[in-house]
Design a protein around this ligand. Structure first.
Ligand code: MN
Length: 256
C-alpha cells in the first residue's frame, strides 16, 4: 500500500537520458504502487495535444510517455496529473491517452489515509508579480484557444520565449521572490484544513516545518529531475504514515 508523488521531470526531446530514467522509474518504482501523482511540469514545454499528430521529436517523446503511463495505469496504478507552469496546455486528449486523471490546480487528497493538499506550487509564488499576471492570462480559456489556433512552429517559438520569461524558479535564481510566499502556504493549508502540503516547481527540495493554526505542519517540496537524478515522495500505509522525500540515481531507481 503505497502512493508516489513526483514533479518537474521537464521531459523533452533534448533529454534522452532523463526520459529513459523516468521510464525506468515508472517500471521499477511506480509499478505496483496504488497511485502515482504527477504534480506538474512533466514536460519542459507543451504546446497543444495536436503535437501528437505531428512528426516533431517532442511528439515522439510524448507518444512514448503515453504508452508508458498507459501501461502503468493498465497494470493497476492510478495515474493522476496536474498542470505545471510549463505544461498547462496538456489537454483531455493527452490525459485520456495516458489513461490518467487530470486534477485541478489545487487538490485536496487523502494519501494512504493522510489528508494533504497537493499543487504544482507556482500559484504560491505571489511575490513574482509579473509571473502571477502571466499565470492568470495563460489560464484563461480564450487566451488558450487563441494560442492553440496558431501554427505549430509559432507555438514552439512562443514556448521557448515564454520559458525564458516564465519566472520559473531554479537554484541559480537564489532570490526570495522566486520562492513560495509563506503567508500563502499557511492560508491555503488553513483553508483546506490540512497539516500536510506537497508541491514542486521551486526546484528547492526540502521538508519544511511550520505551524498552521497552532498545530505543527509540514510542507514537502519535490525536487526537479536531471539526467542523473530523480526525486519522489513515497507515502506508505503504516501506523504512523508520513511522507518520505527521496532522491535517487536514475540508473538505479528505488524498487518500491
Ligand atoms: Mn514549474
Amino acid at each position: 500500500m503505497r502512493t508516489l508523488l513526483v514533479a518537474d521531470m521537464h521531459l523533452s526531446h533534448d533529454t534522452p537520458e532523463l526520459n529513459q530514467g523516468f521510464f525506468d522509474y515508472l517500471e521499477q518504482t511506480a509499478n505496483g504502487a496504488d497511485a502515482l501523482y504527477i504534480l506538474g511540469d512533466l514536460f519542459d514545454a507543451w504546446i497543444g495535444d495536436d503535437l501528437l499528430d505531428t512528426p516533431h521529436p517532442l511528439g515522439d517523446v510524448a507518444r512514448e510517455v503515453i504508452a508508458r503511463l498507459h501501461k502503468l495505469s493498465s497494470d493497476g496504478t492510478t495515474v493522476y496529473l496536474l498542470h505545471g507552469n510549463r505544461d498547462f496546455l496538456i489537454g483531455q486528449r493527452f490525459i485520456a491517452a495516458c489513461q490518467a486523471t487530470l486534477l485541478s490546480d489545487i487538490e485536496e487528497v487523502e494519501l494512504q489515509g493522510m489528508p494533504a493538499v497537493i499543487l504544482h506550487g507556482d500559484s504560491l509564488c505571489t511575490q513574482d508579480e509579473a509571473y502571477m499576471a502571466f499565470r492568470q492570462q495563460s489560464r484563461d480559456p480564450e487566451w488558450q484557444a487563441q494560442i492553440l489556433a496558431l501554427p505549430l512552429d509559432q507555438r514552439l517559438a512562443l514556448a521557448s520565449s515564454l520559458r525564458m520569461q516564465s519566472g520559473d524558479a531554479n537554484a541559480t535564481k537564489a532570490d526570495a521572490i522566486m520562492d513560495v510566499t509563506h503567508g500563502e502556504v499557511v492560508s491555503l493549508m488553513e483553508h483546506c484544513g490540512v497539516t500536510t502540503m506537497i508541491h514542486g516547481h521551486t526546484h528547492r527540495p526540502k521538508v519544511h516545518d511550520l505551524t498552521v493554526e497552532d498545530v505543527p505542519a509540514k510542507r514537502y517540496v519535490l525536487g526537479d529531475w536531471d539526467a542523473q537524478h530523480g526525486w519522489d515522495i513515497v507515502v506508505e500505509k503504516t501506523d504512523h504514515t508520513a511522507p518520505r522525500l527521496r532522491q535517487f540515481p536514475l540508473s538505479d531507481p528505488p524498487s518500491s
